[in-house]
Design a protein around this ligand. Structure first.
Ligand code: KIV
Ligand code: NA
Length: 265
């Protein structure tokens, strides 16, 4: 294997090779995702929903993100590990943003940070980049702003928001971001953005005209089952399989079938 770097991702875009990205929040899952050859592992603040059971991504803390990220980093041989800056750790001012990004890099060993937003976070992104920390941008349906949006429906369907998103994407490229996530926007707009910047654009619910795709691993393996957006392809139905396994285990314990003679000392 050869380690994926921020440089190799830009090369992949140049060569027309699509980028695969999945989330992981713990060692065991990250080991499987990495060994399957996934290019980028995102320690997403979706851990707030998936791991902690919160309704939004807002409650997860920087300390909790560092715990998840350090567990993931210990599992990695090849994938690039990108860590979300959680809500409240970078919005106040560039100094705070840099401090948070430095904590992630030092304490988790992650390779890059991701932050949501366009021009509002421009100064913070520049400050972090100046410290030598690679930054991935994130535009469109940015879940940390869910209370501003009021809904999880598709973003940037109207002219004005689409124009702002395009401007923000160009700004992020110019500022020096190595890649950009576009979440839940029209496929046509996402393709236009991908064609207008030289950095890789990774989509989730943003169609097939972009440079790569990301999904939340627990969703794509069907461990979660209440979240059913159109963009989600389920590759397994683990919720069902695991439920059946737990039911069978319970039966085997109660009937005395488990453990057998061979399963004891
Ligand atoms: O937190 C997350 O999982 C994300 C991806 C969905 C892009 O930000
Ligand atoms: Na996120």
């Amino acid at each position: 294997y050869k380690r994926v770097t921020v440089k190799s991702l830009v090369e992949m875009k140049k060569n027309g090779e699509k980028i695969s990205m999945l989330t992981a929040y713990d060692y065991t899952m990250a080991k499987i995702v990495d060994s399957a050859g996934t290019d980028v592992i995102l320690v997403g603040d979706s851990a707030s929903n998936v791991m902690a059971g919160h309704e939004t991504t807002l409650p997860i803390t920087l300390d909790q993100m560092i715990y998840h990220a350090s567990s993931v980093v210990r599992a990695i041989d090849r994938s690039l590990v990108v860590v979300d800056l959680p809500f409240g750790s970078y919005q106040s001012d560039p100094k705070e943003a840099l401090r948070s990004a430095i904590r992630i890099m030092k304490e988790s060993g992650g390779h890059a940070v991701k932050m949501e937003g366009g021009k509002e976070v421009k100064d913070s992104i520049k400050r972090i980049l100046h410290a030598g920390i690679p930054v991935m941008g994130h535009l469109g349906l940015t879940p940390q702003s869910i209370y501003k949006f009021g809904t999880y429906t598709v973003r940037a369907k109207e002219e004005q928001e689409a124009k702002q998103l395009k401007d923000d994407a160009l700004m992020l490229e110019k500022a020096g971001c190595f890649a950009l996530v576009l979440e839940k926007i029209p496929a046509k707009l996402a393709q236009e953005v991908a064609e207008s910047v030289s950095i890789p654009v990774i989509g989730i619910g943003a169609g097939n005209g972009v440079d790569g795709q990301v999904l939340v691993t627990h969703d794509m393996i069907g461990m979660t089952h209440e979240f059913n957006p159109r963009f989600l392809r389920r590759y397994m139905n683990l919720y069902e399989d695991m439920t059946n396994a737990f039911i069978q285990y319970g039966k085997d314990v109660k009937s005395g079938n488990f453990p057998s003679d061979k399963e004891q000392y």
